[in-house]
Design a protein around this ligand. Structure first.
Ligand code: RVP
Length: 503
């Protein structure tokens, strides 16, 4: 006889938070959103933590090296998509790990015998105002001079004048030696009142620039997520097919944390993958697993050794798994049950295995609800796909800017490993769609606005950290009519775009 769960499977929009007592200390600037990413024993610290509870989805349209750098600057983690060759995924990881915050490789370079016309063309194309002059015209050639707009007057200088005749030569340039820290570089910039500092190696070759303007942007990112070597933390997705080749390449590239990317994680394939990782690397390689939607799934992956467990089947904005296969669970119900299983596991074993609510976040308040329901962090696809930093194209559709966003189970992504059930057959039907999402601007602005809302709600609930929110949140189900009450209603809005009238 089938088991029938009579409680409906619920989504985030079916709940609200009931405010708690807020003391005078309950102010957004006192809220910490730091959260564990990988498991830890009672009384110990997790190996990997994030400073904000947001991670970007393992998707072609979302998480490449550019997104990873932008999100790590804000304190979160990207999981670089695995539906690409091992070499190109490892190269993306390497790019993130070798990105030195504040040290910018030079992409506007000329040779001494280039002309003013060349300099003007490079500046026009790049929008940059500093051009390095190197012996071979590359960003890593021997530095011989610099050209900035102070070095020439277009009205007085013929455009065929050679760069060597008007550049500032090396002997008049302040530069730093490779190996100095960002703070040392900034000290040199301030002491010498220069706008940029070329960094050169022992052979005099250009390594990078540090710019005065970046000093301010560095200050703007107090949450940036760095490892012990001051490189950004980065994650990557893997599958249960080619892990024996893919994981060593990603580890070699310096990846900090992996996740098995699969639509359904309560499977022997995941247990085999986790076992292989433990046998080969012990606990040194951190790997999450999933996705599951109930206690049985959580317990299985916990026993199999996962470092964190992802929750959610069929709730993603581009996901049609529920329609195609009739499997899944409302995201709120799934998170609530798995969070209870995590707490029970912690009670029993003293091991805290963080859970990640994956997919289905539509409004910013859904983030707070997911955390209140017990998620330690949240994976988002649609949300990040809308920003400048996502890898997909920005296109104009009916007069509005959109970004392309497609599911990993769509024919476009062809990520059939994600839906792998073993055997040789390739998947015969799609579980995801190809779509547009409204373009929303920069990641920095949006993430900060969303998290300001999260912090503000936490203050209304009288809590200053995610664990406190998880322990003290009071949630209430909402009726269909109270949802109407929650929006603007019984007024005619002045911009006339939405007029809500009493029915
Ligand atoms: P969302 O944030 O609602 O866009 O959901 C993103 C999540 O959707 C991903 O992290 C992944 O779990 C899931 N996904 C990705 N591709 C597909 C699909 O094609 N069905 N689903």
């Amino acid at each position: 006889m089938a088991i029938v769960l009579t409680e409906p499977s619920r989504t985030f929009s079916e709940y609200l938070l009931v405010p708690g007592y807020s003391s005078a200390d309950a102010r957004p600037e006192n809220v910490s959103l730091a959260t564990p990413i990988t498991k830890f024993k009672k009384g110990e610290e997790p190996k990997i933590k994030a400073n904000i509870p947001l991670v970007s989805a393992v998707m072609q349209a979302v998480s490449d090296d550019g997104m990873a750098v932008a999100l790590a600057k804000e304190g979160g983690i990207s999981f670089i998509f695995g539906s690409q060759s091992i070499e190109s995924q490892a190269a993306m990881v390497k790019k993130v790990k070798s990105y030195k915050a504040g040290f910018v490789p030079s992409d506007t370079n000329v040779k001494p015998d280039s002309t003013l016309a060349d300099v003007l063309a490079i500046k026009k194309n790049s929008g940059h105002s500093t051009v390095a002059v190197t012996d071979d015209g590359t960003g890593h050639g021997k530095l011989v001079g610099l050209v900035t707009s102070k070095d020439y007057r277009i009205s007085r200088l013929s455009t065929d004048t050679k760069v060597s005749e008007f550049m500032t030569p090396l002997e008049n340039i302040v530069y730093g030696n490779a190996g100095i820290t960002l703070s040392e570089a900034n000290d040199i910039i301030w002491e010498n009142k220069v706008n940029q500092l070329p960094i050169v190696d022992k052979d005099g070759c250009l390594v990078a620039f540090v710019f005065r303007k970046d000093y301010d942007s560095h200050k703007q990112n107090p949450n940036e997520l760095l490892d012990d070597n001051k490189s950004f933390i980065v994650g990557a997705g893997i599958n249960t097919r080619d892990y024996e080749e893919r994981i060593p390449a990603l580890v070699e590239a310096g990846v900090d944390v992996l996740t098995i990317d699969s639509s359904e994680g309560y499977s022997e394939w995941q247990a085999r993958t986790l076992k292989w990782v433990r046998e080969k690397y012990g606990d040194t390689v951190k790997i999450g697993a999933g996705n599951v939607v109930d206690k049985e799934g959580f317990d299985f992956l916990a026993k199999s050794g996962a470092d964190f467990i992802k929750v959610g089947i069929g709730g993603g904005s581009i996901c049609i798994t529920r329609e195609q296969k009739g499997i899944g669970r409302g995201q709120a119900s799934a998170v609530l049950e798995v969070a209870a299983a995590r707490d029970e596991w912690f009670e029993k074993t003293g091991e805290y295995i963080p859970i990640c609510s994956d997919g289905g976040i539509v409004y910013d308040y859904h983030m707070t609800l997911a955390l209140a329901m017990g998620a330690d962090f949240i994976m988002l696809g649609r949300y990040f796909a809308r920003f400048d930093e996502s890898p997909s194209a920005k296109v104009m559709v009916n007069g509005n800017y959109m970004k392309e966003y497609w599911g990993e189970g769509s024919a476009r992504a062809r990520n059939w490993q994600r839906y792998d059930l073993g055997g040789d057959s390739k998947l015969k039907f799609e579980e995801g769609v190809d779509s547009y999402v409204p373009y929303a601007g920069s990641l920095h602005d949006n993430v900060n606005l969303s998290l300001d809302k999260v912090k503000s709600t936490m203050c209304n609930c009288g809590v200053l950290s995610i664990p406190e929110l998880q322990q003290n949140a009071k949630l209430t189900l909402v009726s269909a009519t109270s949802i109407i009450e929650g929006g603007a209603h019984d007024v005619v809005l002045k911009d006339n775009s939405v007029a809500t009238v009493r029915r």
